[in-house]
Design a protein around this ligand. Structure first.
Ligand SMILES: CC(C)(COP(=O)(O)OP(=O)(O)OC[C@H]1O[C@@H](n2cnc3c(N)ncnc32)[C@H](O)[C@@H]1OP(=O)(O)O)[C@@H](O)C(=O)NCCC(=O)NCCS
Length: 335
C-alpha cells in the first residue's frame, strides 16, 4: 500500500536560503541523531529519555530501524546553501501489542517554537495512514511543552506513575479524540475529571475496570465532542462514565452524555456540600470510600450489560465475580 501522507518530504523555506525538510527516518540517520541528543541539555534529555545521559549508540541505531518493528519515524533536517545539513528533530512511534503506537519526539533547542507541533502532526498523519488509531506517550508532569502539544490534540490519560511523576496519555490519529486501546475484554470506565486524576482510579483498576480519564472542559479545552453535540468515541465505548467535573460545566457534560450516549450509564460525583435535585442520575459523594464507589460503578455497568443489548453483553462475557448486589442505589448520594 502506498502511504501518501505527505511525509515522504515536507519542505519549508527558512531565512538565509536554508530549507527544512521532514522525511522518513533512515539507518544512515544514526550519527545525526546521536549529535542531536548530545546537543540537548540534561533537562531536555531527561524529558525525552528519563535519563540525563545521551542514549547508547545501540539504542539510537535500533531506533532508526523502527519500521522493521511496524513503527515509523520522521526526521527534520535543515540544509544550508553551502550543502551542510543537520538533524534538528525526530518523531517516532513504536508499535504496541494492542495496535496503538508509543511516541517519542525531540526538537533541537534552536529549532523550537513551532517545529514540535509540525513534526507531531506529520507523525500523526503517518500513523493514521498506517492504520494505527492512537499514539501514546509517557510524559513527565513537568514537561509543559509536550503536555500543551498533546492537550491541543485532545488527550486522555491512560495511567500515572509516581517515581518519576509521569502520565501516560493517548491521542487519536484520525479524530480529535482517542479511541479505547485494545480489545474490549474488561469493563471500561471513563472518568471526566479536572486535571485527569481521580481518587478511586487505582481501586477501579484493581476491581478489573479499564480506566481512561478525560481532563474535561475545565482546562479551557475546546475538543470535547459531546459538548459540541457530537458522539465521543470514549463515552460511546464506555461501560460506565463518572462525571466528576463540578458545577455548571459538569451538569452540561452530564446532559450532553445522557442525550448523545443514552445507553451508557453515568454517575455524577458531588463535592462536599453540593446537591443535585435530579433523581434520575446515580450520584456519589466526594469522600465516599473507594470500595463503595466501585460497588456503585460495578452495579451500574452490570445493569447496563444485562439490559443494554448484544454489544454490551459481549463486553462482559469474560468478566467474572461481579457482585449481584453491590449495594449501589441509582439516585442516591452515598452514605
Ligand atoms: C517537546 C518538544 C518536542 C516541543 O517542540 P517545540 O518546537 O519546543 O514546541 P513549541 O515551542 O511549539 O511548544 C509546544 C507548545 O507548548 C507551548 N509552550 C512552550 N513553552 C511552554 C511552557 N513553558 N509552558 C507551557 N506551554 C509552553 C507553546 O506555546 C506551544 O503551544 P501552542 O502550539 O499552543 O502555542 C521540544 O520542546 C523538545 O524536544 N523537548 C525536549 C524533549 C521532550 O520533552 N520530548 C517529549 C517527550 S517524548
Amino acid at each position: 500500500m502506498a502511504h501518501s501522507v505527505g511525509t515522504q518530504c515536507r519542505c519549508v523555506a527558512l531565512p538565509a536560503a536554508r530549507v527544512l525538510s521532514i522525511r522518513p527516518m533512515r539507518d544512515s540517520d544514526a550519527d545525526g541523531l546521536i549529535a542531536l541528543y548530545a546537543g540537548l541539555n540534561i533537562d531536555d534529555r531527561y524529558q525525552r529519555f528519563f535519563s540525563g545521559r545521551p542514549p547508547p549508540e545501540s539504542f539510537v541505531r535500533k531506533m532508526t530501524n523502527v519500521t522493521e518493528r511496524g513503527g515509523f519515524g520522521l526526521i527534520a533536517v535543515i540544509e544550508g546553501p553551502d550543502g551542510t545539513s543537520r538533524i534538528v528533530g525526530e518523531a517516532t512511534y513504536e508499535l504496541l501489542p494492542d495496535g496503538d503506537g508509543e511516541l517519542g519526539i525531540t526538537v533541537a533547542e534552536d529549532a523550537r517554537g513551532w517545529l514540535g507541533p509540525y513534526l507531531l502532526d506529520a507523525l500523526v498523519e503517518a500513523a493514521a495512514d498506517r492504520g494505527v488509531p492512537n499514539l501514546e506517550a509517557y510524559v513527565l508532569v513537568t514537561n509543559r511543552r509536550m503536555l500543551t502539544m498533546l492537550r491541543a490534540r485532545g488527550y486522555a490519560i491512560v495511567d500515572h506513575d509516581e517515581q518519576p511523576a509521569v502520565i501516560r496519555v493517548t491521542i487519536g490519529t484520525t479524530q480529535r479524540m482517542p479511541t479505547w486501546p485494545g480489545t474490549h475484554e474488561r469493563p471500561r470506565l471513563l472518568v471526566e475529571v479536572p486535571g485527569g486524576r481521580w481518587h478511586a482510579e487505582e481501586a477501579a483498576r484493581e476491581a478489573g475496570f479499564q480506566v481512561l480519564a478525560c481532563p474535561g472542559p475545565l482546562l479551557g479545552w475546546s475538543h470535547c465532542p459531546a459538548l459540541h453535540g457530537e458522539p465521543c468515541p470514549l463515552a460511546a465505548g464506555a461501560d460506565v462514565i463518572v462525571d466528576a467535573i463540578p458545577d455548571a460545566a459538569g451538569r452540561s457534560l452530564l446532559d450532553a452524555h445522557r442525550s448523545i450516549h443514552p445507553s451508557v450509564p453515568i454517575c455524577i460525583e458531588l463535592r462536599s456540600g453540593e446537591t443535585d435535585p435530579d433523581g434520575a442520575v446515580a450520584k456519589i459523594s466526594r469522600g465516599t470510600s473507594d470500595s463503595i464507589v466501585i460497588g456503585v460503578l460495578e452495579r451500574l455497568a452490570k445493569d447496563a450489560a444485562v439490559g443494554g443489548g448484544p454489544r454490551r453483553k459481549d463486553a462482559w462475557q469474560s468478566i467474572d465475580g461481579l457482585p449481584d448486589d453491590s449495594g449501589a442505589q441509582g439516585g442516591s448520594e452515598g452514605p
